[in-house]
Design a protein around this ligand. Structure first.
Ligand code: PAF
Length: 282
């Protein structure tokens, strides 16, 4: 058996409507493909919350800046479909750009506040692209529950805000970050790393773990952030976009003294030509 694939919103809606008519709960796992164990863990998590799981694969052009890796982004639909089926997915929605953004498309959703710092500064326009395509996917599939990875923690908080603000009738669930044995967060972009870079890449998570230990021991946020940036630079990262401790819910600034409320440490840094991100709870 091979996984059914639909490419139009009309076909997607017909499948979902039939499931709902039979009383099934429907889960959605939006992805950009090039799937790895992290995505599959989200599909399995969706399965625990829904009778039927749809995954979408769409490399969304509007969330890439002109200087970013839209063209190079890995695409592997046949392999993705096999992996999705093995993880218990029931349907793949794989629209093309024309289906998602027909001629004359003119609407953009911007989520203020939580979209603005961190990747909002480093990647202008990125979260407007994400919020718009996620709002479309949620409206197209109309799932009961949608699952997103905590690896993109700021994205998850942006989507939670979007869903609350627009009264979208869907439950948003965050899935834990899947990691390689040395701690590196799994990411489709890890495929860009050379052998030497891959050895250094895990330092990002080690540095965050050291920072969390220091913060939990009551060390000042400003000192911990500075030390983490220095450690990444010393490890060979070419550029550190940020290492910051933020409020876990709205991502407002915490510190400079010790962290005094539930917090998250988030980092983005460039190794060779690959931009890596990671985050951990404090
Ligand atoms: O996290 C991703 O893969 C993408 O940003 C998403 C949520 C599928 C929107 O394009």
């Amino acid at each position: 058996m091979s996984l059914p694939i639909v490419r139009t919103v009309a076909d997607l809606r017909a499948r979902v409507a039939a499931w709902k008519a039979a009383g099934d709960r429907v889960g959605l796992v939006p992805t950009m493909g090039a799937l790895h164990e992290g995505h599959l863990s989200l599909v399995r998590l969706a399965r625990t919350r829904a009778h039927r799981v749809v995954a979408s694969v769409f490399v969304n052009p509007t969330q890439f800046a002109p200087n970013e890796d839209f063209d190079a982004y890995p695409r592997s639909e046949a392999r993705d479909a096999e992996l999705l089926e093995s993880a218990g997915c029931d349907l793949l929605f794989a629209p093309d750009v024309g289906e998602m953004y027909p001629d004359g498309f003119a609407t953009t959703i911007t989520v203020s506040g939580v979209s603005e710092p961190l990747d909002g500064q480093a990647r202008p326009g990125h979260f407007a692209g994400v919020a718009t395509v996620v709002a479309k996917l949620l409206n197209q599939a109309q799932p009961h529950v949608a699952v997103f990875g905590e690896k993109d923690y700021q994205q998850l908080q942006v989507i939670r805000r979007l869903v609350r603000d627009l009264d979208l009738p869907v439950e948003i669930v965050g899935g834990p970050t899947a990691r390689a044995e040395d701690g590196l967060a799994l990411s489709s972009r890890n495929a860009y790393l050379s052998h030497e870079e891959r050895l250094v890449a895990a330092r990002l998570n080690q540095v965050l773990r050291e920072a969390v230990a220091a913060l939990n021991a009551g060390e000042r946020v400003d000192a911990v952030e500075t030390r983490a940036v220095d450690a990444l630079t010393a490890a060979g990262y070419a550029r550190v976009d940020y290492v910051e401790v933020r409020d876990a819910a709205d991502l407002s600034r915490i510190g400079p003294g010790p962290a005094d409320r539930p917090a998250r440490i988030l980092a983005a840094a460039v190794l060779g030509r690959t931009r890596l991100i990671d985050n951990m709870a404090v």
